[in-house]
Design a protein around this ligand. Structure first.
Ligand code: NAG
Ligand code: NAG
Ligand code: NAG
Ligand code: NAG
Ligand code: NAG
Ligand code: NAG
Ligand code: NAG
Ligand code: NAG
Ligand code: NAG
Length: 520
């Protein structure tokens, strides 16, 4: 159905650059390999529990910046609320104090971690954060580590306040524990703890917080890990669903959450060399999620990446906080959409290197809109607002090029093309240099009938290492311009193209750039 070939030719005008041509046939109606219809909340987020107040604020001081950025993204997707999962490592170190006046007290201990507090106390005003911003829904992450004499009171307090203070239509699910497969190895339970013990303890907790008047439903198991060589090993997201464990014995687990990062800070992550700007690597890393997605879909369960991003350990400077990671976000999210993942929750924390935005000012930086945010804008634009949209990965068999087609009501509506060759301008004359970046011409065979023209919008920056001066369709979302509201700083369309008499459309895409074609 979809074939591609890459043809090299020497460009005569650009001395240093070899210009390539990538040919792809784009089916006009949705191929069988397309995804099921994409949920309009596909692109959701996860916010580290201890930082929710930084992101959202409170009743008297709502965080308008976060509100603006999420509103922008939602607007592309029919204003369907994103789901914010409030959790992560810190959720398992939270204690609720009914008499605490402060919203949140984070206890920092640099010997423990410089990115996250060692523990967190919250009072009833903590929950003001949930309604301080508009239009979002929530998954509330409850504490699973705590195992002293007050742990059930703690859980019940967290549940009670959530039911009291989060409007029912905004409270999607609860989660009990974060990555407890990994946590078990780090010693919060005895070494003899088994997967069956985990399941039994989870079930015990869920039953002791259940409120029949407001039936609680859950997001689980929130596993971080998967033993790739031996998938059916101890603490496995595959076997936890085996009937022997009887995990969902009450029928209260309504969505599956699996975590995933494509690299880690200890793995010397880079942009080009196999990590973020590498479509082959995205595909290889996707295989386990494809397996888990199939397993869960066959069992009738929704499958999400409940916490995910590029480089685990909060990201890496020069990799996660630069424009190359915006290209990664686009390739990664659309690839996972194409094989049917129901939702992606990209994880965020204050000052995290992979953060799409820095919500507050801290230690001389921020607030700021960060490069990955622009990847989210492009994903939202590509998904659009039609609930019938299906996405097809057009396999170009390449590390450097990636393409996806979106079908509305079965008909071709949009194509996104990524050129993942890393390009960095050599001097401070970044704008001028960017014009000289090598480019690849994508020639799309779309057939002659039915398409009158295609508009071309770009996600672009001076180079892959740029931290600023990024735009999508000529729009900047920078904090300094309008607190994250869209501001036009360049033209919207790169070009408007008509199919030639062979029914082909050719579009140049610069190295380290992505373009969105919308067909009319
Ligand atoms: C709300 O946030 C502001 C700004 O951070 C803070 O000064 C105030 O104490 C907070 N209100 C409550 C109830 O915590
Ligand atoms: C946080 O950790 C500190 C140091 O271990 C301890 O003194 C404090 O009681 C802890 N607070 C909570 C809420 O767990
Ligand atoms: C949790 O604490 C209870 C006693 O409070 C104990 O019986 C149980 O073994 C503990 N569970 C684990 C897994 O440590
Ligand atoms: C995977 O599971 C097998 C069998 O249980 C074990 O030998 C191996 O060490 C595990 N690998 C990892 C990375 O945990
Ligand atoms: C359960 O797990 C085992 C490995 O422990 C696996 O071989 C088996 O296929 C699984 N059974 C079912 C019914 O999924
Ligand atoms: C891209 O990733 C693949 C798979 O890991 C690897 O074989 C290839 O060398 C990588 N490409 C570059 C340019 O690093
Ligand atoms: C992702 O793929 C790379 C090879 O391209 C591999 O080294 C790495 O372990 C994978 N990571 C995960 C989490 O699967
Ligand atoms: C604050 O910024 C300085 C200078 O950029 C840096 O050295 C220091 O580690 C930062 N401190 C924290 C807590 O992030
Ligand atoms: C970013 O844009 C500003 C003007 O908006 C310009 O002054 C600056 O040189 C640009 N920086 C880069 C790295 O292109």
């Amino acid at each position: 159905m979809v074939r591609a070939s890459v043809v090299s030719s020497i460009a005569t005008l650009v001395a240093l650059a070899a210009s390539e041509t990538v040919r792809l046939n784009v089916a006009r109606s949705a191929p069988a390999s397309s995804s099921p219809p994409i949920s309009l909340d596909f692109q959701s987020f996860s916010i580290e529990f201890a930082f929710l107040v930084d992101f959202n604020g409170n009743k008297s001081h709502p965080n308008k910046f976060t509100n603006n950025l999420l509103t922008n993204l939602r607007a592309f997707n029919g204003d369907v609320p994103q789901i914010l999962r409030i959790g992560g490592n810190t959720q398992d170190h939270v204690t609720y104090f009914p008499d605490q006046k402060e919203q949140i007290i984070n206890f920092w201990d640099p010997s423990y971690n410089s990115d996250q507090p060692r523990n967190t106390s919250i009072g009833p005003t903590f929950w003001e954060a949930f309604t301080a911003i508009e239009g979002t829904r929530y998954i509330f992450g409850l504490n699973f580590y705590k195992n002293d004499s007050t742990y059930l009171d703690n859980l019940r307090g967290e549940v009670e306040q959530s039911l009291l203070q989060i409007p029912p239509e905004r409270l999607h699910l609860f989660e009990i524990g974060n990555e407890n497969d990994y946590g078990a190895l780090s010693g919060f339970r005895p070494p003899t703890w088994t997967q069956q013990d985990w399941v039994d303890e989870w079930v015990y907790r869920s039953r002791h917080i259940q409120t029949p008047a407001n039936p609680l439903r859950f997001f689980a198991p929130s596993t971080c890990c998967y033993n790739i060589t031996t998938p059916y090993s101890f603490f496995s997201p595959w076997t936890i669903w085996n009937s022997t464990f009887d995990y969902d014995r009450d029928g209260w687990i309504s969505e599956v959450s699996q975590h995933g990062y494509v690299s880690g800070t200890s793995q010397n992550p880079s942009l080009q060399a196999g990590t973020l700007m590498n479509h082959t690597s995205v595909v290889i890393n996707g295989t386990i999620h494809q397996s888990l997605c199939n397993l869960n879909h066959h069992a009738g369960r929704i499958y999400t990446l409940g916490e995910t991003n590029s480089v685990s350990g909060q990201g890496a400077f020069g990799v996660s906080n630069v424009f190359g990671s915006a290209l990664f976000v686009l390739d990664y999210e659309l690839y996972y959409a194409s094989f049917g993942v129901n939702r992606m929750h990209m994880h965020q924390g204050t000052a995290y290197r992979y953060g799409a935005w820095m919500p507050i000012s801290q230690n001389g930086t921020g607030p700021s809109t960060n490069p990955p945010y622009y990847g989210h804008v492009m994903v939202s634009k590509f998904i659009g607002s039609n609930p019938s949209t299906r996405i097809n990965n057009i396999d170009l068999n390449s590390e450097f090029y990636s393409a996806y087609a979106a079908y509305e009501d079965g008909r071709l509506a949009r194509v996104v093309l990524l050129n993942l060759h890393e390009w960095n301008p050599s001097s401070s004359q970044a704008e001028a240099e960017a014009e000289a970046a090598p480019s690849t011409t994508f020639t799309l065979g779309t057939g002659r009938d039915g398409i009158q023209y295609a508009t071309v919008e770009a996600m672009t920056a001076p180079g892959a290492l740029s931290e600023t001066n990024i735009t999508v369709a000529g729009i900047s979302y920078d904090y300094d311009l309008a607190e994250g509201k869209p501001v036009r700083v360049a033209k919207q369309y790169e070009s408007v193209l008509r199919p030639d008499d062979k029914g082909e459309i050719s579009v140049p895409v610069r190295d380290s750039q992505a373009v969105l074609l919308t067909f009319h």
